[in-house]
Design a binder for this molecule. Structure first.
Ligand code: HEC
Ligand code: HEC
Ligand code: HEC
Ligand code: HEC
Ligand code: HEC
Ligand code: HEC
Ligand code: HEC
Ligand code: HEC
Ligand code: HEC
Ligand code: HEC
Ligand code: HEC
Ligand code: HEC
Length: 269
């Protein structure tokens, strides 16, 4: 539900106008002594819309405090009408409470209905609570480090799937595949489990894929990730799996297995 400030303001002005007339007529009738102290029950008589907002959308500002905990006094006599957030959310307590313009994100009568669209750059604020994600984006510089958090997190706790902004490497890929290889806050570090489909490598490595497919040796049955384990661009040594299978003299004379076996994907002799 979207709040319409303009409409609310007009209605409020209309209410205040009617009220002024009432107060004025009270004054001219000479009935005005010292005003009686207001109680929370009184607010609804004149600010019914605010009361409705707070009771239905106020979350802890409805349950943990009352109107009068925040609005210590009332105009025109009172001056402590609008509280500073720091009155209760002590900046010394949390980095988050040191940020400027709290109301830019939290309207106090419905503090958890945050419209990030209205909020300018949010990154410093997000990092005030999510230090890890901020650190990752700095430690692993990528094009994502240049984006504001809200480009991907349109609202708190939600996120845009990768495919909203990118093409997949192969047609069948879905979001879960993307984050199998990439993490959003350090996307250039590509890591994957042993069972990642070889078909996902194929989109970028046509040659190796084709050669391996035509291979009739036992390497044909191995997946890319079986040999190129865990991390993209990891290249295994033949000897890690095979040791030195031929006689020592041969290995000394031809230290590089590839000089006879030519290509791990083809294994020609
Ligand atoms: C008799 C009607 C009446 C009651 C009851 C009343 N108010 Fe008001 N309130 C007004 C009017 C009229 C104004 C505008 C006064 C002004 O701007 O000088 C106002 C202004 C305010 C403002 C300041 C708004 C601003 O823009 O600065 C706050 C806050 C406020 N009221 C809170 C409360 C709270 C909390 C209660 C209950 C404890 C309450 N009011 C009870 C009539 C009332
Ligand atoms: C957690 C503190 C807090 C509580 C609780 C709270 N308010 Fe407010 N209220 C504020 C602040 C801060 C503003 C000023 C908002 C701004 O600057 O736009 C405000 C603004 C107002 C205004 C001015 C008009 C408007 O809607 O912005 C009125 C009237 C008002 N409050 C009445 C109430 C009433 C009635 C209650 C109880 C049902 C209440 N408030 C509960 C903090 C609070
Ligand atoms: C009179 C004290 C008081 C004032 C003033 C006050 N708050 Fe709060 N606020 C509270 C309390 C108490 C809680 C509940 C804290 C808790 O449960 O840990 C709370 C909770 C919140 C929450 C979380 C709400 C939820 O339901 O989890 C937000 C967001 C918040 N305040 C923002 C603000 C902002 C922004 C301001 C200034 C516009 C402000 N508060 C002013 C007392 C206040
Ligand atoms: C850029 C937007 C933004 C600004 C500005 C902002 N906050 Fe928040 N705040 C958030 C978000 C997002 C959350 C998490 C809300 C949730 O958990 O649903 C939050 C949560 C909170 C909470 C509840 C959780 C907690 O840790 O206590 C309080 C209280 C709070 N903010 C107070 C403030 C105060 C006080 C200010 C100003 C000093 C402020 N916020 C400025 C976005 C903002
Ligand atoms: C006041 C502290 C606070 C602020 C500010 C804050 N968050 Fe959060 N955020 C939380 C808390 C607490 C949770 C719930 C934590 C959990 O479930 O592990 C959360 C959850 C999340 C989640 C979902 C985590 C999950 O596992 O589902 C995302 C995404 C997120 N925040 C992003 C952001 C972004 C982006 C911002 C800036 C607009 C932000 N947060 C600002 C406290 C905050
Ligand atoms: C809001 C749009 C958006 C979303 C959502 C998004 N990205 Fe990006 N991403 C970009 C932009 C913009 C760039 C830089 C330009 C480009 O390469 O298209 C980028 C670049 C990248 C890069 C290259 C980084 C570099 O520095 O070279 C990778 C990898 C990447 N994104 C992966 C992902 C993955 C995986 C996801 C989902 C977890 C994702 N992106 C979600 C906008 C987005
Ligand atoms: C390019 C898009 C993108 C950007 C930019 C981005 N995030 Fe995320 N973020 C995601 C995606 C996608 C997820 C969900 C990852 C998943 O499904 O495991 C996520 C998850 C999170 C989570 C939940 C915990 C976790 O790690 O799974 C938090 C908290 C979070 N992001 C905070 C932030 C903050 C803070 C920023 C800015 C400093 C930010 N993100 C920038 C896309 C992004
Ligand atoms: C099998 C692992 C794997 C999967 C699954 C995967 N990626 Fe990638 N992605 C990579 C590798 C490897 C690179 C190239 C990194 C390099 O150049 O060093 C890359 C690069 C990218 C880039 C940078 C631009 C480019 O094309 O080189 C983007 C953007 C990207 N991936 C997005 C995605 C998205 C979106 C998905 C999900 C649809 C996804 N990736 C799934 C491994 C994967
Ligand atoms: C988005 C495209 C993309 C995807 C998907 C991709 N790669 Fe790559 N890969 C590249 C690029 C770009 C290079 C660098 C090529 C160069 O340097 O000539 C590379 C290089 C490599 C290298 C060679 C490293 C070296 O030192 O020569 C290996 C091995 C490799 N990839 C394996 C894989 C495996 C295994 C997969 C699947 C799990 C995969 N790649 C998925 C783009 C991709
Ligand atoms: C990650 C482990 C791994 C790596 C690295 C590896 N291989 Fe293999 N290789 C295997 C497995 C598993 C087999 C099948 C063995 C079996 O079934 O007995 C095999 C079989 C072979 C065979 C026999 C093929 C056949 O069909 O009989 C040759 C020859 C061979 N490898 C050569 C090499 C060479 C040369 C390299 C380096 C370029 C290499 N391998 C790297 C795991 C590996
Ligand atoms: C049996 C293990 C094994 C399998 C299976 C395997 N590779 Fe390789 N790959 C290697 C080895 C060993 C090298 C290093 C060759 C060298 O030193 O010249 C290599 C090199 C590469 C290179 C670097 C460029 C080149 O051709 O030398 C790429 C790219 C590559 N592999 C991609 C793949 C892809 C994609 C797959 C799955 C289709 C795959 N590999 C399957 C062992 C394997
Ligand atoms: C001088 C050429 C030469 C070199 C160098 C060489 N090989 Fe071979 N390798 C062969 C020949 C020839 C065969 C037998 C092929 C056949 O029987 O089909 C063979 C067979 C193998 C086999 C299959 C053995 C079996 O019992 O099925 C493996 C595994 C193997 N080589 C691994 C290696 C490794 C690992 C290296 C490097 C450390 C290496 N080779 C270096 C020529 C060579």
């Amino acid at each position: 539900m979207k709040f319409n400030f303009q409409e609310e303001n007009m209605m409020r002005r209309a209410t205040i106008f009617v009220l002024s007339l009432t107060l004025l007529s009270l004054t001219t009738s000479g009935a005005l002594a010292d005003p009686l102290p207001l109680s929370t029950d009184d607010c609804a008589k004149c600010h019914d819309e605010v009361v409705t907002d707070v009771t239905t959308r106020g979350s802890k500002h409805n349950t943990a405090v009352t109107c009068l905990d925040c609005h210590l006094e009332h105009p025109p006599k009172g001056t402590e009408v609008i509280p500073a957030c720091s009155m209760c959310h002590d900046p010394a307590e949390k980095t988050h409470y040191t940020i400027d313009n709290c109301i830019g994100c939290h309207y106090p009568h419905y503090p958890l209905e945050i419209d990030l669209d209205e909020a300018g750059t949010v990154k410093p604020v997000c990092i005030s609570c999510h230090e890890n994600e901020g650190t990752q984006l700095v430690d692993y510089p990528s094009m994502h480090s240049e984006l504001d958090c809200k480009e991907c997190h349109l609202a708190h706790g939600q996120f845009l799937p990768c495919l909203e902004c990118h093409e997949p490497h192969t047609e069948e890929m879905i979001y879960e595949d993307c984050i199998t290889c990439h993490q959003p806050h350090k996307p250039t570090v590509v890591k994957y489990p042993d069972n990642i489909q070889s078909a996902y490598c194929a989109g970028c490595h046509e040659t190796e894929t084709a050669v391996l497919a035509q291979n009739t040796t036992k390497h044909h049955d191995l997946s890319c990730a079986y040999c190129h384990k865990m991390q993209h661009k990891m290249v295994p040594l033949c000897t890690t799996c095979h040791g030195t299978p031929h006689d020592a003299a041969l290995h000394t004379k031809f230290p590089d297995c590839i000089s006879c076996h030519i290509d791990p994907h083809g294994l020609e002799k």
